[in-house]
Each structure stands twice: as C-alpha cells, then as structure tokens.
Write a protein that binds this ligand. Structure first.
Ligand code: G3H
Ligand code: 13P
Ligand code: NA
Ligand code: ZN
Length: 328
C-alpha cells in the first residue's frame, strides 16, 4: 500500500533502523527495488527527481508505482518527490498522488545558488501547510550539500550549488536546525554533513570518520522527533567500477560513503538515506558486461534483466545493512 513518509520513518525511529530511499526513473529500477524489498521484507521509499519526471513523464512514474503496489500489496511504499525546486513543483506532486515531497529551499529555484535562511523557511513553511492538510509528509533541507574535501557540490549535471562552498555552509548548524523545524514543521530534515551528490564524492579511499557524525548527534539531540536525512549517500562500489572499466567504461578513480559510516549515522538519528548513483553504476556495469560477453545479443530485455538483477542485489544489501529488512 502507498503510505506517507511520516508513517514509515516513525516506525524506523521507534525500532532504530534506517531506510534507503532509492531514485526511480523506469520500470526496471522499480521492479528491482520492489523485488529486493519483497525478498527481505522491507518497507520501501521510491523517489522521483525533476530529472525522472523529465525522462519518464509524471504519468508513467505514477502508473509504474501503482503497478508496483498492485504487484506487492504487502509492502508499504512511499512515493516521494526528491528535491522540489519550489512550492509550485511540490503542489503538482501532491496533486499527482505523491505521499511525500521534498521542498529543497537550501538552494534558490534555479537549484544552483545557495538560498537565504529566510527564503528557505518561507518556501518550506508554505509546502508544509499545503502538504499536511492532505496527509502528505514534507522533507526540508538545511545546509548546502557538498564535499568537505573539495568544497564542491559534486553533481555535474542535476542540482547542486555552483562554485566553492565554505565550511560553514557545508555543515548544518544545530541551533539553526532547531529553529528551522520549529518554524516550518517539517517531518524530515536533510542535513549537510559532508556528503555530495553523484559518483565523485571523495578522491581518496575514505579511512573512516568522513561524515560529521558529531553534527548528526548534536542535531538529533536538539530534534529527537525530526527524522534526519542523508543525501548523496551512494557508496560507489569499487566492484562495479572495476566491472565498468573492464568492459570499455572509463570512470576515473573515486570513492563514496562507506556503508559502515551510514550505519554509524543511523545509530545517531539518520532515518532516510538517499541512493541514486549506486543504482546507475550497477546497471551500467551489468549491461556493459553482458554486451561485451555476448556481442551477438540484441534483445534489450537480456541487458535490462541483468541490470535489474544487479540492482536487486544492491538494494537488498542496503535494506539489510540499514536494518529495514524484516520491518515491512
Ligand atoms: O539528487 C539528485 C538525484 O541523484 C537525481 O538525479 O536529477 O539526474 O535525476 P537526476
Ligand atoms: P547519490 O548521488 O549519492 O546516489 O545521492 C542521491 C541523492 O541524494 C538523491 O537525492
Ligand atoms: Na529527497
Ligand atoms: Zn539529494
């Protein structure tokens, strides 16, 4: 059944686990995530970005998710809108049947310029008023996502601040977070703690302590009833990078957020963990490998079936690592 974000994250908080929120763009990704959830009995958060809406169209996303709910009726599913650029975008998603929306007021509507605190409060409050009136949950974001290593947002295409970010911008301030939640009433809060979107998060192998765990703990202590969200939480599996490189791909050396660090975040109040890049890497690796191994194959279903299987394995590993397996 489709449920609100608040319902699943309240359950996660009560039982001390985290939920991966996977980005969806097509049928294969949705089927892969659902098959993994079914296999290990986990609730699911499916999230669609502006890029997903542009790629598939809102009607296709909506009907594909409806098909998933019909196929796996025993799995609770949240349909979440990722990184809404304005209250108008969130309003459209609420009308389209999303059960949760993110108003990303950390950036202005161009999704490239860090926004003022007052702007963020104003647009987020507007969305909370709209969404809560119809039982839809709201995620806000405070702080600007970017690497503490480089001061850069990371994402080369989609959303992300342009130019160098200061250390202050890259870490959410706990006092401001408390004020933000009091003023907006958000259900979930995305915080900046050193992660960034995309595949290029860290140039060297993380040695532990790459997240600002102290910040997570401080914010959680101030806001025990607000579910904390980590964006940019792909782990960038080195195994998939190797598969891609062995079969004609050219992705330069890069590292993501280790699963163990995410587990540490979950122990300190993180409940929603956004993952997109890992799905892209697994699908690309699986498809490249099969194309190289079977150069005479031309049925796209063969490539997509392998890609789906790769994503199912990846998602299942995350459900198990974050503790949501067995919680559906
Ligand atoms: O936050 C960004 C997500 O990875 C979505 O990426 O805008 O390319 O769909 P996208
Ligand atoms: P990754 O690029 O690390 O997968 O992050 C995705 C994300 O935060 C979507 O909102
Ligand atoms: Na989101
Ligand atoms: Zn994000």
């Amino acid at each position: 059944a489709l449920v609100s974000m608040r319902q699943v994250l309240d359950h996660a908080a009560e039982h001390g686990y985290g939920l991966p929120a996977f980005n969806i763009n097509n049928m294969e990704q949705i089927q892969a995530i659902m098959a993994a959830a079914d296999a290990c009995d986990s609730p699911v958060i499916l999230q669609g970005s502006a890029g997903a809406r542009k790629y598939a169209g809102e009607a296709f996303l909506r009907h594909l998710v409806a098909a998933a709910v019909e196929t796996w009726p025993h799995i609770p599913v949240v349909l979440h809108q990722d990184h809404g650029a304005s209250p108008a975008v969130c309003q459209r998603s609420i009308r389209a049947g999303f059960t949760s929306v993110m108003m990303d007021g950390s950036l202005t509507e161009d999704m490239k310029t860090p926004a003022s605190y007052d702007y963020n409060v104003r647009v987020t409050r507007t969305v909370v008023d709209m969404a809560h009136a119809v039982g839809v949950s709201v995620e806000g974001e405070l702080g600007v996502l970017g690497s503490l290593e480089t001061g850069e947002a990371g994402e080369e295409d989609g959303s992300g601040a342009e130019g160098k970010l200061s250390h202050g911008q890259l870490l959410t301030d706990p006092d401001q977070a408390a004020d933000f939640v009091a003023k907006t009433g958000v259900d979930a809060l995305a915080i900046a703690i050193g992660t960034s979107h995309g595949a290029y998060k860290f140039s060297r192998k993380p040695t532990g302590d790459i997240l600002a765990i102290d910040r997570i703990r401080e914010i959680h202590q101030r806001l025990p009833n607000t579910h904390l969200v980590m964006h940019g939480s792909s782990s960038v599996p080195q195994e998939w990078l190797a598969v891609i490189r062995e079969h004609g791909g050219a992705i330069k050396e890069t590292y993501g957020v280790p699963v163990e660090e995410i587990r540490e975040g979950i122990r300190h109040g993180v409940r929603k963990i956004n993952i997109d890049t890992d799905i892209r890497l697994a699908m690309t690796g699986a498809m490249r490998r099969l194309m190289a191994q079977k150069p005479d194959e031309f049925d796209p279903r063969k490539f997509l079936a392998d890609a789906t299987k790769a994503v199912t394995e990846l998602c299942r590993a995350r459900f198990e690592a974050f503790g949501s397996a067995g919680q559906a």
